[in-house]
Design a binder for this molecule. Structure first.
Ligand code: NDP
Length: 323
């Protein structure tokens, strides 16, 4: 089968298209014929050796996919060969076939395309865990979403609207902000503009934001803290700037504010949290109230171009790789 193999840390140049044997499902696993895989910013960090966990080379990257179940490992129940699924996988999605743990496999509603299905797991589960589980969002609160036209951003706007939150969306280009407005953002601001803190304060009637989804980090982090309302929660979700942020924890005392970490991976071993997320997201997907935004699509052979595209900040919604 065709797969993307990475043998050393680096950027798009280290992605190689190779032929590998089809993987055999072990106990509790299924083999999926991949129709589409989602590209996440985390894949870029993982390939570069800059992710939260150490990268073990050689590796086939890719953490989410959609496709058709082709083989069941020992002890797998409730799934059948031929079923259309989406899945969160520990890696290996950038290939024609991939293994998925049965417990992280989701049935795909018939109205969803493989591209939409592949765009769903990482972004929507993260948006839910961020806003609900960690952020404790309440209807009517203001949420600020950074990189709001990206994959996580567009998912977060939709989840926030479903929760009755008021959305301030930030992005680096006007076209991206137009997409955010179409998805229901009430306030849209260019992340590049001067005095963003004042703009956010003004747009929220002086209140500030109750929840801030921080995905950029670096120098902007201090600015994010200044946008928080009294008892505001800053959710640390990513570091797209790839530079360290600094803060003085005592500053949080002034407004009884919190800084809270959010990472999808540990939630995958938390059955109660996963079940709550599924119970929330499934009816919204089935009714069409939330619908993944699919961005550009690339062939598996073009994985390096897909990485470059995301790094150039041109993507809206989820970038998809097709084997
Ligand atoms: P996106 O589709 O949002 O693409 C990345 C976006 O980040 C860009 O389009 C750009 O939007 C913005 N960005 C800001 N600064 C930079 C920079 N220096 N270089 C490149 N892009 C930059 O990607 P994802 O949805 O995959 O991820 C978004 C963020 O959320 C990442 O930080 C990621 O690590 C994080 N994440 C965290 C998860 C978790 O479990 N904690 C799970 C999923 C995502 P713009 O140009 O508009 O600023």
């Amino acid at each position: 089968m065709k797969a993307i193999l990475v043998e050393r840390a680096g950027g798009p140049e280290v992605l190689q298209l190779v032929d590998l044997p089809k993987p055999e499902p072990g106990p509790g696993q299924v083999r999926v014929r991949v129709e589409a895989a989602g590209l996440n910013f985390a894949d870029i960090l993982y390939v570069a050796g800059e992710y939260l966990v150490r990268t073990r080379y050689p590796t086939v990257p890719g953490m989410e996919l959609a496709g058709v179940v082709e083989a069941l490992g020992e002890g797998v129940e409730g799934l059948r060969v031929g079923q259309r699924v989406a899945a969160l996988v520990g890696g290996g999605a950038f290939a024609e076939y991939a293994l998925a743990p049965a417990r992280s496999v989701l049935a795909v509603p018939s109205q969803m395309s493989p591209y939409e299905a592949a765009a769903f797991p990482v972004s929507y589960f993260t948006a839910y865990f961020a806003l609900v589980t960690q952020g404790q969002a309440r209807p009517g609160e203001w949420v600020l979403i950074q990189a709001a036209a990206g994959a996580l951003g567009t998912a977060a706007i939709q989840v926030a609207r479903a929760l009755g939150l008021r959305v301030v969306a930030l992005a680096s280009q006007e076209e991206k902000l137009a997409l955010c407005r179409r998805l229901g953002a009430e306030v849209t601001l260019l992340s590049t503009q001067d005095d963003l803190v004042r703009a956010v304060r003004e747009a929220t009637g002086g209140h500030g934001v109750d929840i801030l989804m921080e995905v950029v980090g670096g120098d902007g982090f201090a600015q994010s803290l200044k946008m928080l309302a009294y008892r505001g929660r800053l959710l640390v979700i990513g570091s797209a700037s790839r530079t360290l942020a600094q803060m003085r924890p005592v500053e949080l005392m002034k407004g009884n504010q919190s800084v809270i970490g959010v990472w999808l991976t540990p939630f995958l071993n938390d059955p109660a949290a996963l079940q709550a997320a599924q119970a929330f997201l499934t009816p919204l997907i089935s009714s069409g109230q939330i619908r993944p935004v699919v961005g550009e699509r690339f062939r598996l052979e073009e994985a390096a171009r897909a990485f470059e595209f995301m790094l150039s900040r041109r993507n809206t919604g989820k970038v998809i790789l097709e084997p």
